[in-house]
Design a protein. Structure first.
Length: 1014
């Protein structure tokens, strides 16, 4: 393949791969270009910003600051360093500089400097192109014939080829030997009887060449991946042995070679006038689009090289990048990480490919390896090829249709069309290469279409013909009423529920239905029309995944995630939710008595699944401003401060990843939720819930912003500025949430956001009332803005409130207002029908706060006057006489008096009670349903055995005048266990979600209504 102008093409044709495969650029896997699989450095955006600030002035043509930084990093004098627009530009400039008068290193006046260029075959094509360019020769094709040589000859010597991975064959050479080129510039090739050493081959060629000749050496060689034997000493030996010849050493890939020191020959090149080291900066740092490289050479040659370069060889952005690369303190760590990854993945991938038919995979020392395609491949699915035979070209074509680029080696002299070069990529990408090769070589063509999802008998077909699904998904929209580019989509009719039912009454939520989420389904699932009885063979290691991240807490991540879960489920996919770590006081309990975030329980219901602790493996429940209880895989694990928690980071991260892998292995599709904001740069080094989770899952990321808070578009742009390049690769675009106005007004904002970031605003979700998933430790009351409500219930705003969602069910009662109160005078001055004390993560601490705020005394007075008082979980414990903590679970105080409204005593224990419960309200047999999450057990206190009445004391620390005989069990579990006690109008229970049952909630409210005559 030739580039425009006839020069050799060097791989990296992502536009061609996009055209061949029909896939978007994000799904292209380019293994034809040998770029660091770790991707660009985290500081790349900072370099862009620095370059942007400098763009209003000319860059320094001498690159003084850059050369000073490089000199300090390399230990090379600054006047020995020359920077250019990539190593290629420097190669061409070197060839010109060495051909100029004054560069002659010999006393032979008849010798034209640079008249002979000695090049290995195979080797990097630009060596040849640069030599011909210096002679004024323009190649007409990558392997075509050149015009008659004008003052320049190309000599070709054989390069070593590496042994086969499978056979471990001895090294052998390409069948060419040192020879003068013909008038056409093509070498004469003859078989070699033996394999000489590198030094023998090169020294023999130099000895036969005239003074002033140039030897081009790759260290390592591209495409063979082999290092010169005895490098870098061999370069010094050649330069000193042939002082009137030039030795040009290309170290473009040396950073990938185990044990090799970048610039290893640099010190010698700085002092020897005929030794030159060429370095590329963009391969190791994975920024080939920036174009930056440098040369280390003698100061005399450096001056001539600068003269051969155009003015301003580096633009301001490339210079800012290069300067940071030389001053990056983590460069050594990056090199070590890169080499470890390359070493392990090269060995694994090469071994896997070597096991396939027809592939002769070769060993390598770098981040690429050669593969020779042998005849005899099974390629029945490739109709253009003779059955049973496959060529390297056909194999590369077939891979290209799958969006995978391989370097075709026909343009490498004496390598030929049977060879391919493959770059070492990330593990998941290497898996994709292996899988695609298997499919092609074994004739396993993937189907482009399949039947539509098979619905069960419980899933009736839509009666609306307008709801027919499109095959491509193009033009569809992800949500009911979703507006894109200022247009509001019509709301489709609801789809019937799935037959995959679960016991999810406690987590039910109405999620808008939609007919699409197709463009967020990765390409390898788009043509798959799933059936619930048809197994899906997922890509290696994990299923496709979508991740919802937010610009902040409360942006709507949980709801959007739940919506996508329902959308995908209704499309027929077996989908599951996942959030690596949740910080929340609103939790739920699984069927097997394990605890997870309530949001994930709701999302599970949206998927038609039972909650599973693997959906939220790490749950942090704040107990104070600085500490939290850690719930790991559904069970209490430890109590830690923030700093102490970070010491557990590696264990938490691995547990979360293991949970994801286990859960993902059971489903076709995963929808992940992030936490907080991925732009919190102070937390990035310890992240495993946002971009790190997306990396692990291979998930596409949608960033959600709450426009109701203001500044959403600035937040989108700002978040992109904090993302590392590999994080940007995961980003699909933005979603505006909670919009109240006319979406047509957002068109300019959408356009500017995409212009500034390169990512589109995918849509705008309107503000929809009544869709409730509690965010983290949210205590927002959904019914407080009802000034005309007939029933007013006060709820103390406890400092460590948990499961405030117990009150969400009251939102369905239009005449009820739940109003938080923070002070005793608020309660005393109000006209209240009831007080409900909610659950808390720290009962004793919140009881102290009740007393400090005056609410304890106000509640006791309210009860004494016949007011209705209820306590749930921790609030239930507060109603009793005493709270005992002999093991210091909650407090250093072993015994604390309660409000004394019920003759109960609660004893805290280290074990945590986690269970779903079914119970009965004993007064009338009303069924109850919910869950328990608490430390401690509650039962009758000593006072329950006494017959005397007691008088309320100031502060509410002693019981009110309640007859102990009046206290009784009010709720009992199906197994006979007491789950609630009451006396008169005061009662409490451990059952979270007790008000979710319509019958019990209305019974409770009807008693309040009847006392008011309603």
């Amino acid at each position: 393949m030739a580039a425009p102008g006839g020069r050799s093409f060097h791989g990296g044709d992502t536009a061609g791969l996009t055209a061949a495969s029909g896939l978007p650029l994000r799904d292209i896997l380019d293994a034809s270009a040998n770029i660091n699989p770790l991707g660009p450095p985290d500081w790349l955006d900072a370099a862009f910003a620095e370059g942007r600030r400098a763009s209003g002035r000319y860059p320094d043509p001498a690159c003084r600051q850059l050369r000073a930084a490089a000199s300090l990093a390399l230990g090379i004098p600054a006047d020995c360093l020359v920077f250019g627009n990539g190593a290629d530009e420097l190669m061409f400039a070197l060839a010109r500089a060495l051909g100029r008068p004054g560069t002659r290193l010999s006393t032979h006046a008849s010798t034209q400097p640079g008249s002979v260029h000695i090049i290995e075959a195979p080797s990097y094509a630009s060596y040849r192109d640069a030599a011909l360019d210096a002679a004024g020769i323009q190649t007409v094709a990558s392997m075509g014939t050149e015009p008659a040589v004008i003052g320049t000859e190309l000599w070709v010597i054989p390069a070593r080829l590496p042994p086969s991975v499978a056979t471990q064959a001895h090294l052998f050479s390409v069948a060419t030997e040192s020879c003068p080129s013909l008038p056409t510039g093509n070498p004469v090739s003859t078989p070699l009887d033996s394999t000489p050493t590198d030094y023998q081959r090169w020294s023999e060629a130099l000895a036969e060449s005239p003074p002033g000749s140039v030897l081009w050496i790759g260290a390592p060689n591209n495409p063979t991946g082999l290092m010169p034997e005895g490098y870098p000493d061999i370069m010094v030996r050649l330069a000193q042995g042939f002082p009137d010849r030039f030795i040009l050493c290309d170290e473009a890939f040396i950073e990938f070679v185990d044990g090799a020191e970048p610039g290893g020959a640099g010190q010698s090149a700085a002092r020897l006038p005929n030794l030159v080291v060429i370095q590329s900066m963009t391969k190791f740092w994975a920024v080939p689009g920036l174009r930056a490289g440098y040369v280390i050479c003698h100061p005399q040659l450096a001056g001539r090289l600068r003269a051969a370069l155009p003015n301003w060889p580096l633009n301001c952005v490339a210079e800012a990048f290069a300067r940071r690369a030389f001053t990056d303190p983590a460069a050594g760590k990056r090199r070590d990480e890169t080499r470890r990854l390359i070493r392990s993945e090269r060995a694994r991938t090469a071994a896997a490919l070597a096991a396939l038919p027809c592939l002769d995979v070769r060993e390598s020392a770098v981040n690429f390896y050669l593969v020779r395609v042998l005849p005899g491949g099974l390629a029945a699915n490739l109709t253009s090829i003779q059955p049973g035979i496959i060529s390297a070209e056909a194999l590369a074509d077939a891979m290209a249709t799958r969006g995978i680029g391989l370097r075709r080696c026909a343009s490498f002299p004496d390598l030929g069309p049977a060879w391919l070069r493959i770059a070492v990529r990330r593990p998941d990408e290497n898996d994709r290469i292996i899988q695609a090769m298997r499919e092609i070589l074994y004739g396993l063509a993937t189907s482009d279409s399949a039947s539509a999802p098979t619905r069960t008998t419980n899933e009736a077909e839509s009666d609306n013909p307008g709801e027919a699904e499109t095959e491509s998904g193009a033009g569809d929209i992800p949500f009911d009423h979703l507006c894109t580019n200022g247009q509001i989509a019509p709301a489709p009719a609801p789809l019937p529920p799935s037959s995959r039912a679960c016991d999810s009454a406690s987590y039910a939520i109405d999620i808008p239905q939609a007919t699409w989420a197709q463009s967020f389904i990765p390409y390898h699932l788009r043509s798959f029309r799933p059936s619930r009885t048809q197994p899906y063979h997922s890509p290696p290691n994990r299923p496709p995944a979508l991740m919802i991240q937010g610009c902040s807490s409360g942006a709507g991540k949980s709801l959007i995630t739940a919506a996508f879960c329902r959308i995908f489920r209704d499309k027929g996919y077996d989908v599951a939710p996942y959030k690596a770590q949740n910080m929340s006081l609103n939790s739920a309990v699984t069927m097997d008595g394990l605890e997870l975030g309530r949001a994930q329980a709701v999302q599970a219901a949206a998927c038609g699944l039972e909650p599973d602790v693997r959906m939220n493996p790490v749950l942090l429940k704040p107990e104070s401003d600085r500490g939290s209880q850690i719930v790991l895989m559904g069970k209490p694990y430890a109590k830690r401060s923030a700093q102490e928690y970070y010491e557990l980071h590696d264990h938490m991260k691995q547990t979360a990843r293991d949970a994801y892998d286990s859960l993902a292995a059971e489903h076709q599709l995963m929808v992940l939720e992030g936490a907080g904001s991925p732009g919190e740069i102070n937390l990035k080094s310890r992240d495993f819930v946002n971009m790190e989770a997306a990396r692990h899952a291979g998930a596409r990321v949608i960033l959600v912003g709450d426009i109701d808070r203001g500044g959403v578009f600035a937040s989108f742009i700002g978040h992109v500025a904090t993302f590392a390049p590999d994080e940007l690769d995961l980003l699909a675009g933005f979603l505006v949430n909670k919009f109240r106005g006319d979406p047509a007004l957002l068109g300019d904002a959408f356009a500017m956001t995409e212009d500034r970031t390169g990512y589109p605003v995918l849509g705008c979700v309107p503000m929809v009332r009544g869709l409730v998933i509690a965010d983290e430790d949210e205590t927002v009351v959904k019914t407080q803005n009802r000034p005309d409500a007939a029933i007013r219930i006060a709820v103390p705003r406890l400092k460590r409130v948990s499961n405030f969602t117990d009150f969400d069910a009251f939102a369905s009662e239009p005449d009820v207002a739940i109003i938080p109160v923070s002070r005793g005078d608020e309660l005393a001055a109000g006209d209240w029908d009831a007080v409900i004390i909610p659950g808390t993560k720290s009962t004793m601490a919140d009881l102290d706060w009740l007393r400090e705020s005056g609410l304890a005394a106000a509640i006791s007075s309210f009860a004494a006057l016949g007011g209705a008082v209820t306590g749930i979980c921790g609030g239930f414990q507060m109603l009793g006489d005493w709270m005992l903590d002999p093991d210091g679970v909650e407090s250093a105080t072993a015994r604390v008096p309660g409000l004394g409204l019920l003759s109960l005593s609660s004893t805290f224990g280290r074990d945590k009670r986690l269970a779903r419960v079914a119970a009965t309200w004993l007064a009338d047999g009303t069924p109850l349903k919910g869950y328990e999450i608490h430390h401690g057990m509650t039962g009758p206190s000593d006072r329950a055995c006494q017959v005397s009445e007691r008088v309320t004391q100031p502060g509410g620390s002693s019981p009110v005048a309640v007859s102990p005989e009046a206290m009784k069990i009010v709720a009992r579990s199906a197994t006979g266990e007491p789950l609630g006690y009451g006396a008169g109008r005061v009662w409490g229970s451990y059952i979270h979600g007790i008000f979710d049952a319509d019958s019990f909630r209305r019974r409770f409210l009807n008693e309040l209504r009847s006392r008011k005559g309603l």
